[in-house]
Design a protein around this ligand. Structure first.
Ligand SMILES: *Cc1c(COP(=O)(O)O)cnc(C)c1O
Length: 389
């Protein structure tokens, strides 16, 4: 039994077994298939009697290294890597649900997750009810006899609402529901939903896990028996992560802790600056004492994360004006990059929602989402300052 190691150490030292070449850093295994020593080994591998690689759609040393490391960091039993965050969201639901089933989902989920629940699942007779993160008292009454899963994002995008995962874990277990948490905003360094009772934890690795705006990827980790079903679904439907992306993302995990420390530090500085600015209506950041669920954030998150949301006074025009004036900060729809990014959700990521739907998920017309990068924070604040004039 290995002794307990800390997060940063596991993120660096949990690596694939060394080959005969005695490499220090893990090589990239670009091979679509693997050879069998003999007929008996081939039979045993296909019968799942022994572990090992057969075909890269099923597994590959780079994918295995990435996902095993992520499991360790999330405190999860098993997992699979997927081609994108959306492949993770889709497989984690589609593999475990069937016609007639119902999902209880937090209203403020990622745009494409909305499309899965609103448009795609109804084709297969699967239904959902949206509930509000800041109204947990209403959740239990929305559970139906055919409810099978609770799906939430916390903190939510872009309003940064937070739900008490310990409370939610208990609610899920009381009703024997699968709790599936999209942990993309927090990353395993800031929050481990499995510790609070989540059965499945999903990720878009494209965001902070890569952290450098290079590759698309996703992951599903959680309880062994559930992952077994998801692995079957993924193996036969094919949303596997490319070995190259797995190789990049495994390296990315090596620096996740130090990056999330800095993202969070910069975001807090930006949030505090904005809170005092006369042109700013309000600021949302989990680790500001003004955040409505600040206490819960402190309980379940190590730090506040890299995302800050704020409302510019003057509505939609003021929001657009701010973005057009930025000189260094990038105007992009992505988040979780070394570069600071500003987004105007009402006209981009959440433009397909109606005004009423946007209001229900806390997106006001002048809301700006800042993904704090790793530049010197003085330079980031200076750019924000000149754009707010
Ligand atoms: C980006 C994102 C996704 C989708 O991930 P992709 O890698 O773009 O497919 C899912 N959930 C959240 C919270 C995200 O931010």
């Amino acid at each position: 039994m290995e002794e307990q190691r800390n997060f940063e150490t596991d993120a660096i030292r949990a690596q694939a077994e060394r080959t005969d070449f005695r490499e220090h850093s893990v090589p990239l295994y670009l091979t679509s298939s693997f050879v069998f020593d003999d007929a008996e080994q081939a039979r045993a591998l296909f019968a799942d009697e022994v572990p090992g690689n057969i075909y890269t759609r099923f597994s590959n040393p780079n994918n295995t290294e990435f996902i095993q490391k992520l499991c360790l960091l999330e405190g999860a039993e098993d997992g699979i890597a997927t081609a994108s965050g959306m492949a993770a969201m889709y497989c984690s639901m589609a593999a475990l649900l069937k016609a007639g089933d119902h999902v209880l989902a937090s209203r403020s989920v990622f745009g494409s997750t909305h499309q899965i629940l609103n448009v795609l699942f109804p084709r297969f007779n699967m239904s959902h009810t949206y509930v509000d993160l800041n109204d947990p008292a209403s959740w239990e009454s929305k559970i139906q006899p055919n409810t099978k899963m609770i799906f939430v994002e916390t903190p939510s995008n872009p309003a940064l609402d937070i739900i008490d995962l310990e409370w939610l874990g208990k609610l899920a277990n009381k009703h024997q529901l699968i709790l599936n948490v999209d942990n993309c905003f927090a990353t395993p360094y800031l929050q481990n939903p499995a510790k609070w009772g989540a059965h499945i934890v999903t990720h878009s690795a494209t965001k902070f896990i890569d952290g450098q705006g290079r590759v698309i990827g996703g992951a599903i980790v959680g309880k062994k028996d559930l992952i077994k079903e998801i692995r079957f679904f993924a193996r036969h439907t094919g949303p596997s992560m490319s070995p190259f992306n797995a190789w990049v993302l495994s390296k990315s995990l090596e620096t996740l802790a130090i990056r999330m420390e800095k993202h969070s530090e910069n975001a807090l500085t930006i949030a505090k600056y904005l809170e005092r600015h006369p042109k700013v209506e309000y600021v949302k950041y989990p680790f500001l004492t003004s955040h409505p669920q600040h206490g819960i954030a402190k309980k379940q998150m190590r730090l506040g994360g890299g995302i800050v949301s704020f409302e510019v006074k003057g509505g939609i025009d003021a929001g657009r004006n701010f973005l057009n004036k930025l000189k260094m900060v990038s105007h992009s729809a992505n988040l979780g990059d070394t570069r600071t990014i500003a987004t105007h959700p009402a006209s981009t990521t959440h433009s397909k929602l109606t005004d009423v739907e946007r209001a229900a998920v806390g997106i006001t017309p002048g809301l700006i989402r800042i993904s704090a990068g790793l530049e010197n924070v003085e330079d980031i604040v200076k750019d924000i300052e000149q754009a707010l004039v």
